[in-house]
Write a new protein. Structure first.
Length: 423
């Protein structure tokens, strides 16, 4: 696709939204405002978001489990994994997967229907010729992997011969480099994680025939992904749209007028924005979820957008040296009443959920935090909650009192949480 060297003028906005309107549009688009679609379940969440980020960190649970939990409530963790990775009937042919793993915002689970729309990225990887690792004998190593998969079916890296040479984690074996290169370029696909290990299969065997093609040109691929990002966010700036699937700004610029998104102005936003016209046609109403969010949740994974919409600065501190951390290793924002009202760094010790570091944005956050902690504890089979540290002693005391008040009470799977108090 030819890069745009000069930014095109933004058409005049069709409407002006208040900051609260934009916030509610974003929450509804992300499945956190209004009644959840429980019939569609986890797969419905994936299709709606378009991408669910994967990450190695597991505290309460892994991030890809926390994302549907935040929207649907305490859906069983095995149910989540089954929904992502199990295959469905293939109309007389072998069963076909519902999703695949590829590079989107980061390493993400993606709906299988999106396979054709990442052709532009597969082509770019092929054109580059290698990933950050370089094979000693590319043709021979790739052929060996493909022969094994053809003969034996889906395999993990361990089954293929091992991922490392024996040194550090980045010191990959030739086989590991080969299979990841084949994944990047589309000859191999990952449609399952087994014990957190990728399971590789031939794309021609795993991807449904009607989807197994790279026929779409770069512009059409990007147009589709920008449109999907706009729908998943409700309202977004060009930078927001680019970040969702990690596109370049000029790629968004080249296609945005053909996405169906409409230009809008948002009070307090310094950049032009684009909105999903269907979202604009139906004002968001309903109840909000009260829940803890993964730092990799698509509602908050774009830090500048999160600060603009929620006036909430968030940073993942897992890779910050422990003495320099402010909010903790895996601080999870508290969403309540349509706002981000605090955060907690959780851990599990036996059957106790421990809030190692906790902060609350005022007394109104106490009850929602207690509710969110209780629900999370129940979900991961903990029967007690312990507050270790809180940045405000008075709020800590109030939270302990609230937790004690509900101690021993059953925590039901919540249907919805509380009304948005900002309307």
């Amino acid at each position: 696709m030819t890069a745009v060297t000069q930014r095109q003028p933004t058409p005049p906005p069709v409407t002006t939204l208040s900051a609260d309107d934009a916030r509610r549009l974003a929450l509804r688009a992300q499945g956190l405002l209004g009644a959840p679609d429980r019939r569609a379940g986890v797969r419905g969440v994936l299709r709606s978001l378009g991408a669910v980020q994967l990450d190695t960190i597991s505290v309460l649970a892994r991030s890809h489990e926390l994302v549907p939990y935040a929207r649907l409530g305490a859906v069983g963790r095995s149910t989540v994994e089954t929904a992502y990775w199990s295959a469905g009937p293939g109309d007389g042919s072998p069963a076909r997967p519902h999703s695949f793993e590829y590079w989107s915002h980061a390493a993400c689970i993606l709906p299988i229907e999106e396979w054709p729309h990442f052709a532009f990225r597969r082509r770019a990887r092929r054109a580059k010729g290698h990933r950050w690792h370089v094979m000693k004998d590319s043709a021979r190593s790739c052929a060996a992997v493909l022969e094994r998969l053809t003969a034996e079916g889906p395999l993990t890296t361990s089954q293929l011969g091992g991922g490392r040479k024996g040194g550090e984690w980045w010191d990959w074996s030739e086989t590991k480099i080969a299979v990841e290169w084949l994944l990047d370029t589309g000859e191999v696909v990952c449609t399952e994680r087994r014990g957190w290990k990728r399971v590789y299969d031939l794309a021609e065997r795993a991807v449904p025939g009607p989807l197994l093609h790279d026929d779409l040109d770069d512009a059409e691929c990007v147009r589709r992904l920008v449109a999907q990002a706009g729908t998943a966010m409700g309202v977004a700036t060009r930078a927001d749209l680019a970040d969702y699937h990690r596109l370049r700004g000029e790629q968004v610029e080249a296609v945005i007028e053909d996405t169906g998104l409409v230009p809008v102005a948002v009070e307090g936003w310094t950049k032009p924005a684009w909105a999903d016209p269907e979202a604009l046609a139906a004002p968001p109403r309903g109840r909000h979820r009260t829940t803890l969010l993964s730092p990799f949740d698509s509602l908050v994974w774009d830090r500048p957008r999160t600060e603009r919409i929620f006036d909430f600065t968030h940073r993942l501190e897992a890779y910050v040296p422990k003495p320099q951390r402010i909010h903790g290793y895996f601080a999870m924002p508290l969403l309540a009443g349509g706002k981000l009202m605090g955060r907690v760094d959780p851990a599990r010790e036996g059957t106790t959920l421990v809030a190692r570091q906790l902060s609350l944005h005022g007394p109104k956050a106490v009850r929602p935090m207690a509710q969110a902690l209780r629900e999370a504890a129940t979900w991961v089979d903990c029967d007690a909650v312990h507050i270790e540290r809180c940045d405000d002693p008075r709020l800590a005391a109030a939270l302990r009192t609230e937790l004690a008040r509900t101690d021993g009470q059953d925590t039901p799977i919540p249907r919805d949480a509380r009304q948005d108090t900002t309307r």
